[in-house]
Design a protein around this ligand. Structure first.
Ligand SMILES: O=C(O)/C=C/C(=O)CC(=O)CC(=O)O
Ligand SMILES: [Ca+2]
Ligand SMILES: [Mg+2]
Length: 394
């Protein structure tokens, strides 16, 4: 496919999306370079087994296909895009990205957000709880997480309204209510469940790929003033439930074969249901404010692996469903420029960035993007997740 090679979206990547195609409504597509390929349009040239899923106005049915059917469909799409002889039958179904709009790629079922970066958790712990240990007692024994709000997950590009809420008042006075004054971003990696698990049956730590079909970047917008006042003892609530942005493109796990890497050593050894740890992913993230890179968090430094996150979240028998999204939590590395949120980058708002910024101001556009080693030897780009802050209207 001309133009796709070297773009980060070549035939070895083929992320899934849900596109509003002119005159056709929402349809499952894959991205190739700067085009979306309408899968329903080429359905007759794809394996019959997965074909019915392509007629749906959602991606959910496709993502829930048995692993072998999904793999066969992906191979067939790659073949159609690779062999120039097929160009005439593919070309009518390629839509320039500039002319289409991308929808929320999944019907979000349940949302879990972890806290899996030791570098992030250590810094945040020392900011929020300066008098206690930086890491909570359980932190090295289980991947700590909280349940998020499925209904406020929005696709990249959706404007983010500054939330209002209750926060701590001045010393000696009660709390106040108003627009958040400490609005933050959190650069995260999200894992999308395609094939469900069964209620009452924990997913073994070795079974990630039986359920997770892809990866999408996430920004877990966070109002730090609301969060700091409300979170004890039940954890994040309204400070994080107003919006969570997800990229429009889901990178198939199969496209990340070359990105698997050993996670950091885990000590103490986790309990048996969290062993073996499985592998981490070498994803190089970048956080941009109004187009300027302000941080480069390395996902490979994340302590807990996606296999352990899924095993832990189902270890009590809870099931995962098609459309479930579990995210890593803020990705941060050891370096000063590897911090995936402003809370860390500005040391709790006390040390401004070089351009003078601390918390997010109205009008600021935040983008998280990432690249990874590709199976072809180059690099693939994950679909970016971006959002611009708009005033609270209060
Ligand atoms: O209280 C704390 O230690 C902080 C909690 C969070 O900010 C939760 C969260 O979203 C975790 C993350 O993204 O890593
Ligand atoms: Ca988070
Ligand atoms: Mg959120």
């Amino acid at each position: 496919m001309p133009g796709a090679a070297g773009s980060g979206f070549d035939v070895d990547h083929l992320p899934w999306g849900l596109a509003e195609l002119p005159g056709l409504g929402p349809r499952p597509v894959v991205r190739i370079g700067e085009h979306a390929l309408d899968l329903a349009g080429i359905a007759e040239h794809l394996p019959a087994s997965g074909r019915a899923a392509l007629a749906a106005p959602t991606l959910d049915t496709l993502l829930a296909l048995p692993a072998d059917e999904l793999a066969a469909q992906r191979d067939a799409v790659r073949e159609l895009l690779t062999d120039p002889a097929h160009r005439p039958l593919v070309a009518p179904h390629l839509h320039p990205l500039a002319g289409i709009s991308l929808r929320l790629p999944i019907t979000v079922a349940d949302v879990v957000d972890f806290y899996a970066s030791e570098h992030h958790a250590t810094r945040v712990g020392s900011i929020f709880r300066p008098d206690g240990p930086a890491l909570p007692q359980a932190w090295k024994h289980l991947p700590i997480g909280y349940h998020g709000r499925a209904g406020s997950v929005v696709v990249s590009g959706t404007p983010i309204r500054r939330p209002a809420g209750q926060r701590r008042g001045a010393p000696g006075s009660g709390p106040t209510f108003g627009p958040s004054e400490r609005l933050d971003l959190e650069a995260e990696v999200g894992f999308v469940v395609g094939r469900p698990s069964v209620l009452g049956r924990p997913v073994p730590v070795t079974a990630l790929a039986d359920h997770v079909v892809g990866v999408a970047l996430v920004n877990d917008w966070s109002a730090r003033d609301l969060q700091a006042w409300e979170y004890v003892p039940l954890g994040p609530f309204l400070g994080k439930s107003f919006a969570t942005s997800i990229a429009a493109w889901i990178t198939p796990l199969a496209a990340l074969e070359a990105a698997w890497t050993d996670p950091p050593a885990q000590s103490p050894e986790p309990l048996p249901y969290l062993r073996p740890a499985g592998r981490g992913l070498d994803l190089a993230l970048e956080v941009l404010l109004d187009g300027e890179v302000v941080a480069r968090p390395p996902f490979a430094s994340t302590y807990w692996t996606p296999s352990q996150m899924l095993a832990h979240l189902t270890s009590n028998g809870a099931a995962v469903r098609t459309g479930d999204l579990f995210a890593s939590g803020t990705v941060s590395g050891p370096g000063d420029d590897e911090r995936g949120c402003l809370l860390e980058l500005t040391r709790g708002g006390t040390v401004p960035l070089p351009d003078g910024r601390t918390w997010l101001t109205d009008g600021t556009e935040v983008t998280v993007r990432a690249s990874a080693p590709s199976t072809s030897g180059g690099r693939l780009h994950l679909g970016e997740v971006s959002g611009r802050i708009v005033g609270s209207g209060l």
